[in-house]
Design a protein around this ligand. Structure first.
Ligand SMILES: [Zn+2]
Length: 352
């Protein structure tokens, strides 16, 4: 069997604020219970931070809010411990691992002994064919995130457990060379901080397949509801994926002229607003900026400038939570005033 690596997805590929943790990287816990190699006695003992690492009943250790964390707050800002450049990605098949091992070994050899220890302390889901073999690749496979064109290992971010309805979102900031994790919604004191390891517009079955590489079965509220026979979340996610794909491709085509074209554009607006409602109802914080941008775009295509500007500003708000200087934030910062200017022009034309 060729083992392939699926990277924890940069879903909306987006999205800084402040509060980098004062803690040094803790050299401890495994995210899942069966592979603990260090004890929580290594946890940060510095000043009170917005999160702490605690054991969970079924998922090993996780990060928990030590106080209420307001939406948009930066939870973690972390540079990768190791980065490797993978071979070209075959869509749907992941990366071929054998081609990456040599570069991973070379990068690991460059680490200081304490950092090698931090690397090796991380969780690894080991496939049967890897039993008894070196853990470098299983650890990378179980914890890697995109770093632009590379794959990076982030020891603190790696401690955050997965949820299919996460309360935090993340973003690789090329400008900062850091992965940013920020609160996608308000997180209550004591609540576990969660992110998603996979694309979320999938059914529970599809998500289970993608999560198999990490060696656990998700028991978040969305998965449990589906297993209990409530298909509403699955149905909505499947529909959202179809709508998102359609809208993303349709807005690439310039709008036409005439009544038929106007009707089509009205349909796009309607669909984009329905998609926003569905994403918000399912609380898929990773997708907010993307669907708000789509709503801005569909309104702009129909010269509904003011409404479009409003949606662009909502998208900008989310982008700024991650990195106010990111290309995505800049795009929205340009779109909103452009729409407002067009709106004024349009009103002026109407008065003439
Ligand atoms: Zn789940």
């Amino acid at each position: 069997m060729i083992l392939r690596l699926y990277v924890l997805s940069d879903l909306v590929a987006l999205c800084l604020a402040a509060s980098i943790t004062a803690c040094t990287i803790p050299s401890l816990s495994e995210p899942w219970p069966h592979l603990h190699s260090e004890t929580p006695s290594d946890t940060c003992s510095g000043p009170a931070e917005i999160y702490t690492m605690l054991p969970t009943p079924k998922k090993g250790y996780g990060l928990f809010a030590t106080r209420r964390i307001a939406r948009g707050t930066t939870v973690i800002l972390e540079a990768p411990l190791v980065v490797i450049q993978p071979p070209p990605l075959t869509l749907g098949q992941g990366y071929e691992i054998s081609k990456m091992l040599d570069s991973l070994r070379a990068e690991f050899a460059k680490l200081s002994p304490p950092n090698q220890k931090r690397y090796l302390a991380l969780h690894a889901h080991v496939f049967p064919s890897e039993e008894g073999k070196e853990r470098l690749m299983p650890i990378l496979r179980s914890n890697a995130f995109n770093t632009g064109t590379g794959l990076g290992l982030f020891p603190i971010v790696a401690r955050i457990n997965h949820s299919c309805r996460p309360n935090a979102a993340y973003f690789w900031s090329e400008r900062l060379g850091r992965r940013v994790v920020y609160a996608g919604r308000d997180i209550e004191e004591g609540e576990e901080i969660s992110i998603s390891y996979i694309p979320l517009l999938k059914t529970t079955k599809e998500r289970e397949q993608r999560l198999a590489q990490y060696g656990f079965t998700c028991e978040c509220e969305a998965c449990e509801a589906s297993r209990g026979g409530d298909s509403r979340s699955d149905d909505a996610r499947a529909e959202m994926q179809v709508m998102l794909d359609q809208l993303e491709s349709e807005v690439l085509v310039p709008p036409g002229e005439g009544l038929m074209a106007e009707k089509k554009e009205e349909g796009l607006i309607k669909n984009s607003l329905r998609l926003v409602d569905m994403v918000e109802e399912e609380v898929l914080v990773d997708y907010y900026a993307q669907v708000y941008k789509l709503a801005a775009t569909t309104h702009g295509r129909s010269r509904r400038w003011e409404e479009g500007a409003g949606w662009a500003l909502r998208s900008l708000e989310i982008r700024e939570m991650a990195d106010e200087h990111s290309a995505e934030a800049m795009e929205m910062r340009q779109m909103a005033p452009r729409f407002i200017l067009e709106s004024k022009k349009y009103m002026g034309e109407g008065l003439c």
